[in-house]
Design a protein around this ligand. Structure first.
Ligand code: ZN
Length: 340
């Protein structure tokens, strides 16, 4: 396929349901001539839109992987108007190790647009960017806070420049029907999967479904119900999409985390104690946490103050903290009109 060294064992254009795999060349100390298999499932019928559904870009985020596995297993061609391509777990080795990053140290979500001659993660990113994104109208990339962060469960988006694309992405974000939605910026590097899909003009829908190293049944339900509803909204699978009003739920709370001041970074290394609760409203200069110094019981902890008014949206889930780690995100509550 193109100039990619990755082999795709199924015909992505074939109708019906196929369980296949991507094969990424691999050569290790224990197997000189090897391929890594990344399962891929396609379910296609007719000429409708194509949705690409991705879980496990980070290995310690099982919510999206479970939802993608459930969708891929249960979806039948007669449910589909167009095509659904599912990769339940993009970063297989990271998921097997239950770590955010790949064992190589690479962050799959910083590997885009990738390179056919690069490392394994860059080869896979390049395959997604050149073979799968161009075939797709909608790209759904499911994340959570993983082991390191506890997020309010939300659907999310970048504020892309193209107004027509942005309207569709807002629509997708709202149709996840989570209690929270978040417009965010990247504060920790470039090369994100969603960024490349957005650059290609796709309707990109993403999530941060909780995290903190623990998944509740409610989160698993939200992952699959939101994914299914978004696919219905864009006409890829049969059935009517529902809104929160249809479900007798109040409107989503809209969070804007689009300023650097929304993201509080640890000024020193130490043991982090959060002193506010997820979802709590806080004011500028209000204490949200403290950093303790295990080697200096005589020393007062460093108090962390909010830099904005807003809602506690993410809390670091690992107490041991290094200088510069994001410890709390305080997002601004926004009005629905701001999404128009
Ligand atoms: Zn992630």
């Amino acid at each position: 396929m193109g100039d990619s060294p990755i082999l795709c064992a199924i015909d992505l254009e074939a109708p019906g349901k196929q369980f296949g795999r991507l094969q990424v060349p691999r050569s290790s100390n224990t197997s000189g001539w090897s391929n890594q298999f990344i399962p891929i499932v396609t379910v296609a019928r007719g000429a409708g839109p194509t949705a690409l559904v991705l879980g496990g870009v980070h290995g310690d985020e099982p919510e999206g992987q479970v939802a993608a596995l459930n969708l891929a297993r249960d979806l039948l061609p007669e449910h589909v108007n167009g095509r659904v391509i599912v990769i339940p777990c993009v970063s297989m080795d990271a998921s097997l190790a239950y770590t955010r990053l790949l064992p190589s140290g690479a962050n799959m979500n910083r590997s885009f647009p990738g390179s056919p001659g690069g490392s394994a993660d860059e080869q896979l990113a390049h395959f997604l960017a050149t073979e799968l994104f161009p075939r797709s109208d909608i790209v759904i990339d499911m994340h959570s806070g993983g082991r390191t962060g506890l997020c309010l469960p939300w659907s999310e988006m970048h504020w892309v420049d193209d107004a027509a694309q942005r309207r569709q992405m807002v629509d997708g974000m709202l149709h996840w029907n989570s209690d929270w939605c978040c417009v965010y910026i990247d504060i920790a590097g470039t090369g994100l999967l969603v960024g490349e899909a957005e650059r290609q003009g796709k309707i990109v829908v993403s999530t941060e479904l909780g995290g903190g190293g623990h998944v509740t049944a409610a989160i698993h339900r939200l992952a699959l119900s939101g994914l299914t509803n978004v696919l219905r909204r864009f006409g890829v699978i049969e059935g009517d999409a529902v809104t929160r009003a249809d479900l007798d739920l109040p409107e989503q709370v809209l969070l804007m985390a689009t300023e650097l001041d929304n993201y509080l970074l640890a000024p020193e290394s130490g043991l982090f104690e959060v002193t506010v609760d997820l979802g709590q409203r806080v004011s500028v200069d209000e204490p949200v946490g403290r950093i303790h110094f295990l080697e200096r019981p005589d020393r007062a902890p460093e108090v962390i103050l909010s830099k904005t008014d807003g809602i506690v949206s993410v809390i670091r889930a690992i107490a041991t903290t290094a200088q510069g780690d994001n410890i709390v995100v305080i997002a601004r509550e926004a009005d629905r009109a701001e999404l128009e």
